[in-house]
Design a protein. Structure first.
Length: 228
């Protein structure tokens, strides 16, 4: 599903964000990315959804060669990848329903399908009764649930989650993790960057540790492994 072979990413200022990374992530895996700030985790994820391109090496995502992908093909890759951010990134003037529907409108989904699918997904994330509320009327945990609903509404094969619990209190963090666990159980691959030691150590999944652009540890049912 996702394979990197000797991938390097060097920025114009000379920073080597990734250095010779090779890894394979199979369908339906749940993977934590851990490591110090600035280690290369965000670059790793941005390469997957083609926000960045590799300086060297090859990346395959769902059969697409990311490095050689033509501009017109990028939307086809991203249709199968949902992204969840730490800061939610909801459109403030749209309701919860409209934020989720927007992701379907972008790919020109039929209106009839949007009217059916959006309530289904809002119900899955526990927000069916708050569909008409603006983001400002929702708690942080509820806003992140809307962001997750938006990420999964088009039935992606992969979810990229960049610190999805970083701005949430412990109770809301666990609720978000239970939701991501359910989405993974339904067949979606999840790659999640996190500094939350308790979550990683409690929900033992595959752990890929990145330091200075290198993968230094790759363990099934791994632990967080850092004290910071």
């Amino acid at each position: 599903m996702i394979e990197m072979q000797d991938v390097w990413k060097t920025y114009s200022n000379g920073t080597h964000a990734l250095q010779g990374v090779s890894v394979k992530i199979d369908r339906n895996e749940f993977v934590y990315l851990v490591g110090p700030s600035g280690a290369g985790k965000s670059t790793f994820m941005k390469l997957i959804y083609r926000e960045e391109v590799p300086t060297k090496g090859q990346i395959s995502v769902n059969g697409f060669n990311i490095g050689k992908l033509k501009q017109r093909k990028i939307p086809y890759v991203r249709r199968n990848i949902g992204v969840v951010f730490q800061d939610f990134r909801l459109l403030p003037r749209l309701t919860a329903y409209e934020n989720v529907a927007f992701a379907m409108e972008v790919i020109e989904a039929p209106n009839r399908l949007i009217r059916t699918r959006v309530p289904e997904v809002l119900e899955l994330v526990g927000l069916k009764n708050k569909a008409n509320r603006d983001p400002s009327q929702l708690s942080g945990g509820e806003q992140q649930r809307v962001a997750i609903a938006r990420a999964i509404v088009n039935n992606p094969s992969v979810i990229i989650a960049d610190e999805p619990t970083g701005n949430l209190d412990p109770e809301n963090s666990w609720e978000i993790m239970q939701l991501l666990d359910e989405i993974n159980f339904r067949g979606t691959t999840i790659i999640m960057a996190t500094h939350n030691k308790d979550i990683v150590n409690s929900m033992r999944r595959r752990v890929i540790a990145i330091e200075h652009g290198h993968i230094v540890r790759d363990q099934m049912r791994g632990e967080y492994g850092y004290d910071f």
